[in-house]
Design a protein around this ligand. Structure first.
Ligand SMILES: Nc1ncnc2c1ncn2[C@@H]1O[C@H](COP(=O)(O)OP(=O)(O)OP(=O)(O)O)[C@@H](O)[C@H]1O
Ligand SMILES: [Mg+2]
Length: 601
């Protein structure tokens, strides 16, 4: 439900403020806006002038049999048509360009802004919703710029122009034509209200269709393995049905509204013919004037009904822009302090001092943790699943702000350092390694130019990733697909290992970097880790205790607290949690070895 509530926005009271923000988006393209307005005025003026020319032709030239004058009027009419054509062509072109340019800017702005937001934001907001912002909502805004503002003015010009011309030439007949207007206004008002409610519902349901679809596609393996297809379909079908039903309601209003407009305009036409005909008979009006009225009435009702529809476009675009601006206004939770310093010089030491943290403030998952890492030291974090090991890494990377205590690097609180400079000194292999849909080489270098191709290959060689890479068809140029689905999980881990290596950090962080690697590879990696960490400060989270037996210091976490600290031998003699964990794994290891031995026999 929260997703739906967040997608719903009430625009009414904010319309004017929003309007100015939208105007600022179009500001760089004032020339296009101005040109569009100019061409609209020109086009509208020639549209309005058409019936007057015909009126003159009938009354002044047809009535008097002045063939020369009639030809001139025909040419004038042709000229007007040409102007009208060019004006509408150029106006459509200008508004189209305007829309595209604004969308281009906006998508860039959103992307740029997203990258400044901190991790807690992405914890809270599903991918589908954020993607809707960048695609659907931006597309909606395009409608605002192409069909919205500018053409709404065109409609208003036309309506005002027609009323003015009619009142000028025959005020009484004009009044007769407008008798149906109150009915039209009521019909429009009701229609607009009903359709808008429908559109609100459609928009929310569309967002649900999108996120449901996205989740099912991402989880396709699980869906198929657990034969959830029918249930997934039922859930989808329900949302799909609600979406269609919401549309059906608006179809009813659309189907009713336009015939009503047609009938009203026909009624007005009947009145004009009746009253105009009588006036011609009485000699009060000329035939030309009545003819022009008939033409004007035809032109009059379309923009009125269009306005009702465009009002909906406007509403929907306003709602989209509100959501976009809400995202753009979002400030990152984790911010650099005013006057934050750069971390210059290599990382010499890291210290946690009574750190308290919870993803939700009232539920701490790190409680009063203190430890220090000195230059060149290899420090390991161990503990049961959920003990808080990855959280420690998150905090050191400053993805979240602390609730208590502090973390220092070279004695400075990391809160007083810029996030970029802090992260530029460290490299991490995360528990869930991320692969971009690019080549292996690009996945290792991540576009960093200071890493030469040779350095990249060397990094891969050190972590023993080159073995599998060399066997791939295009070696380092092999394209990896989304989330690295075309290589194995262990291979993904090796690639991200090579990535961390290539960046040659002062501080290396490995979060269970060996979890998905077989025993043979593990031995290679362990050698690599030893090589890597010899002169490098490093923090290693490990489930396999064999990886960290020669660590300088082992921190044992339990339910977010540090319960033990020391090297392997010290901790074993303490016979505490580490000892228990070690015993468990040692037994497992024995069983495994025996299993292999009995198979051999
Ligand atoms: N993004 C998050 N939002 C809310 N709670 C979280 C989040 N990430 C982790 N937690 C919670 O914080 C606690 C510590 O999680 P953490 O990921 O640090 O454990 P871990 O020691 O790395 O476990 P594992 O060995 O399974 O990787 C857990 O109770 C977990 O449920
Ligand atoms: Mg973890």
């Amino acid at each position: 439900m929260t997703a739906l509530e967040e997608d719903k926005v009430t625009t009414r009271q904010l319309d004017r403020r929003l309007f100015w923000r939208l105007f600022r988006l179009g500001h760089p393209y004032l020339h296009l806006i101005a040109a569009a307005f100019f061409f609209i005025l020109l086009g509208t003026a020639s549209t309005l002038a058409g019936p007057i020319v015909i009126m003159r032709a009938i009354d002044d030239h047809v009535a008097t049999g002045d063939m020369h004058g009639l030809t001139v009027m025909a040419l004038v009419y042709l000229g007007l048509l040409t102007i009208e054509f060019l004006a509408y062509f150029l106006q459509t072109y200008c508004t189209g360009m305007l829309g595209q340019k604004v969308m281009y800017d906006l998508r860039g702005q959103i992307f740029d802004h997203l990258q400044t937001l901190s991790i807690p934001y992405f914890d809270r907001n599903p991918v589908g919703r954020i993607i809707t912002r960048v695609t659907n909502d931006v597309e909606n805004l395009n409608q605002l710029f192409t069909q919205g503002i500018v053409t709404i003015f065109a409609d208003i010009f036309i309506i005002a122009g027609i009323i003015a011309v009619m009142v000028y030439y025959a005020p009484t007949l004009a009044l007769w034509s407008f008798t149906v207007l109150p009915l039209l206004v009521v019909a429009t008002f009701v229609f607009r209200h009903k359709v808008r409610k429908g559109f609100d519902a459609i928009r929310v349901l569309l967002a649900r269709i999108n996120s449901n679809l996205q989740e099912n596609i991402t989880g396709m393996k699980t869906v198929q393995l657990f034969r959830r297809e029918t249930r997934s379909f039922d859930i989808f079908a329900r949302i799909n049905r609600e979406h269609t039903q919401a549309h059906e309601r608006t179809i009813l209003y659309f189907a009713l509204f336009f015939p009503i407009v047609d009938i009203l305009s026909a009624a007005a036409l009947a009145l004009v013919i009746l009253k105009g005909g009588a006036a011609i008979g009485a000699g009060a009006l000329t035939f030309g004037v009545v003819f022009a009225f008939i033409r004007y009435l035809e032109m009059f009702f379309r923009p009125v009904s269009d306005l009702a529809e465009k009002y909906n476009i406007l509403q929907s675009a306003m709602a989209s822009s509100e959501r976009i601006f809400k995202l753009l206004d979002k400030r990152p939770e984790v911010r650099d302090r005013v006057g934050a310093k750069e971390l210059d010089g290599p990382v010499e030491s890291v210290a946690f001092e009574n750190v308290v943290f919870g993803y939700n403030a009232d539920n701490p998952v790190i409680r009063d943790v203190s430890f220090s890492v000195d230059k060149g030291q290899r420090v390991a974090l161990v503990g049961h699943t959920g003990a808080g090991k990855s959280t420690v890494i998150n905090l050191l990377s400053r993805f979240y702000d602390l609730q208590g205590g502090r973390i220092t690097v070279n004695g400075t609180d990391i809160g007083d350092l810029t996030q970029r400079s802090l992260r530029s000194r460290m490299a991490a292999v995360l528990q869930d390694p991320f692969i971009f849909s690019r080549t292996i080489a690009e996945n290792i270098r991540l576009g960093e130019e200071r890493i030469s191709l040779d350095q990249m290959r060397e990094a891969a060689r050190i972590v023993n990733a080159n073995g599998f890479i060399e066997e791939l068809p295009d070696r380092y140029d092999t394209m990896l697909v989304e989330r690295g689905e075309n290589i194995s999980t262990g291979q993904k881990q090796l690639v991200s290992f090579a990535r961390a290596m290539a960046f040659d950090p002062d501080l290396l962080i490995l979060d269970e970097a060996t979890a998905n690697i077989d025993t043979a590879t593990e031995a290679l990696i362990q050698a690599a880790i030893a090589e890597l960490t010899r002169r490098r400060t490093s923090i290693i989270v490990a489930h396999r205790l064999s990886t960290i037996q020669n660590a300088d210091k082992i921190i044992v976490l339990h339910h977010g607290r540090k319960v033990e600290e020391g090297n392997h031998n010290e901790l074993l003699t303490q016979r505490g949690l580490y000892h228990r964990l070690y015993q468990l794994q040692y037994k497992e290891e024995l069983i495994r070895k025996r299993g292999i031995a009995s198979q051999g026999r």
